[in-house]
Design a protein around this ligand. Structure first.
Ligand code: SF4
Ligand SMILES: [Zn+2]
Length: 126
């Protein structure tokens, strides 16, 4: 899956960069990494990939999710994206990130308990 031209024109670093947004970017990065590895995507790539890398689809999703966070209208006052009343993701991207959350959410409780706790607390932000 590749980025649309509309996505590509909006990939310049810009927008929100406060601690809340940076924390969510880090959490999403962990979750996408867990999902990509856990689903065996990296093994399906024809090129050799090292630890910490993502398959092409997950890399696209990673870049897209970080862009949405950079442009999030709620900025530092945001709740978690799962609880967002707006949800600015395109439908196909939303399905992708939901699959990531469903897979990585429960597993993160064990692998990254503090990150999971912080994310849960962020979900109470209105
Ligand atoms: S889904 Fe909602 S909280 Fe998440 S980036 Fe988009 S507008 Fe912000
Ligand atoms: Zn992947």
């Amino acid at each position: 899956m590749s980025e649309t031209s509309a996505d590509q024109t909006r990939t310049k670093p810009q927008g929100n960069n406060g601690p809340r947004i940076l924390r969510e970017k880090a959490t999403v990065a962990i979750m996408i990494q867990m999902y990509c590895m856990g689903q065996g995507h990296i093994r399906n790539e024809s090129v050799e990939m090292g630890p910490g890398e993502l398959c092409a689809d997950c890399k696209d999703l990673f870049q897209y999710s970080h862009l949405r966070l950079a442009l999030c209208k709620f900025g530092e006052g945001k709740t978690t994206c799962e609880k967002c009343p707006v949800h600015c993701y395109k439908p196909d991207r939303r399905q992708q990130i939901k699959a990531v959350m469903k897979y990585a959410g429960p597993r993160m409780l064990w692998s990254h308990p503090l990150v999971a706790l912080r994310h849960a607390l962020d979900g109470f932000t209105k």
